[in-house]
Structures are given as structure tokens and as C-alpha cells.
Design a protein around this ligand. Structure first.
Ligand SMILES: O=C(CO)[C@H](O)[C@H](O)COP(=O)(O)O
Length: 221
């Protein structure tokens, strides 16, 4: 799978999404990140199948779909996933985690295990062979604009060591939540490879998307 920047589209301008998509293309962003929120697994509602279908018609950028929902194993059939997309599902809400990851992999999708801040690294133990990436949430999921949970910098390092010690050096660590320029540098040093950038790193009021992307790339180089 590709590594780099994944743009958190819940932070995009919903009144002019086309403009933001063009800016992502211009900036060479690797993925468009879609947080699907069901108001149950997380206390917010956001994005969904209709929006993904419309965005598909606008761009060939691959999508990075984060299912912040209860029982994603019962819902994947509704999503227009494509080969080359990445899809992350939460260890905390997926009853048949191994089966779902294996299914996604067979479909040509890069499967990922997402973990809330309090979830221990050991949940990965029996799914290492079927996960292309691990999504370490660096805020509690549900809302943009939160402060980083500082302990997550240590967790990124722990996940990196855990993967390396088990021979999974190629498994990417994705980080999501308050990926500012400063935090991105620390996250990269701790072992992260893919950066979900929202209000702190990409959709900023003080610079354009291409300008912010350039700064973020300098931070994660
Ligand atoms: O997953 C998310 C919220 O749960 C968002 O992707 C993320 O938080 C957006 O980035 P920022 O924290 O910089 O606003």
C-alpha cells in the first residue's frame, strides 16, 4: 500500500467538495480518508455511502475508508470499495475480525485494524497475517479538532516494535487525530508511515491545502 498523506474528508468544505478534491490532486495526496460514523460506535454521524459514490465519480484518487461503526462485518456489502483502496475496521467493534480482514484482502483491498487509544496492542496478535496496516487513533474517535492523547506517541513506538519483533516490518502504522506538523514529526520518529491529516495538518485557515501538504511532507520526510 502507499504511504504518505491521507486527507480527512470530514474536514473538507462540504459546500464545495469539488474544489478540495482538486486541491488534493494538485498536492499529490495519496488517499482521501472517509470517516464513516454511525452515532453508536462513536457519538457522531458523518459521511456515508452516497458521498463516497459521488466522490468516486470526481476523482481516481484511492479511498481510505475508516469504518467507525458497530459490526462492520455486517455492513461492508453496502460500500463501493475498489481494488487499491484501504479499509480499516475497529478491533473493538468487529466480532469476526480475522474473517473480515481476510475477506477484504481477497477483494484486493488493503485491510487495516483500527484501535482506540485505550486498546492494547495485543489485539493484533492473531490477525497479523491479514492486516496490511494498523490505524493507531491518536484521539478518541468521533470529532475533528481534538488535542492529541500524548500517551499515543509511546503507543505508536510500542506497535512498531510489536510488529517488527514478529517479522511484520512492512505493516504500515497509520495515525489519525491532531496530526499537526509538530505531532507528525514525532509520530514519524515513533514509527508511523501514513498520516491522516485533518484540521490540524491540511484543512487549515492560515494556508492553502497544497501549502499545508508541502509543510506536512517536510515534517514526515
Ligand atoms: O478521525 C478523526 C476524528 O475522529 C479525524 O480524521 C481527525 O481527527 C481529523 O483530524 P484533526 O484531528 O486534525 O481535526
Amino acid at each position: 500500500m502507499k504511504t504518505g498523506i491521507s486527507a480527512s474528508m470530514m474536514c473538507a468544505d462540504f459546500m464545495d467538495m469539488r474544489k478540495d478534491i482538486r486541491a488534493m490532486e494538485e498536492a499529490g495526496i495519496e488517499y482521501l480518508h472517509f470517516d464513516i460514523m454511525d452515532g453508536s460506535f462513536v457519538p457522531n454521524y458523518a459521511l456515508g455511502v452516497c458521498m463516497i459514490e459521488q466522490v468516486r465519480r470526481e476523482t481516481d484518487l484511492p479511498l481510505d475508508i475508516h469504518l467507525m461503526v458497530e459490526r462492520p462485518d455486517l455492513k461492508t456489502g453496502y460500500f463501493p470499495f475498489r481494488k487499491g483502496d484501504t479499509v480499516s475496521v475497529h478491533a473493538e467493534s468487529t466480532v469476526h475480525l480475522q474473517r473480515l480482514l481476510q475477506f477484504l484482502k481477497r477483494e484486493g483491498i488493503h485491510p487495516g485494524v483500527a484501535m482506540n487509544p485505550a486498546t492494547p496492542v495485543e489485539v493484533l496478535e492473531y490477525v497479523l497475517d491479514v492486516a496490511d496496516f494498523v490505524l493507531v487513533m491518536t484521539v478518541n474517535p468521533g470529532f475533528a479538532g481534538q488535542a492529541i492523547v500524548e500517551e499515543m506517541l509511546r503507543k505508536i513506538g510500542n506497535v512498531r516494535s510489536y510488529l517488527n519483533e514478529r517479522g511484520h516490518r512492512d505493516t504500515v502504522i497509520q495515525v489519525d487525530g491532531n496530526v499537526s506538523f509538530e505531532n507528525a514529526r514525532k509520530m514519524k520518529a515513533a514509527g508511523a508511515g501514513n498520516f491522516v491529516a485533518g484540521s490540524a495538518g491540511l484543512f487549515r485557515t492560515d494556508m492553502t491545502i497544497p501549502e499545508a501538504a508541502k509543510k506536512l511532507r517536510e515534517a514526515i520526510r
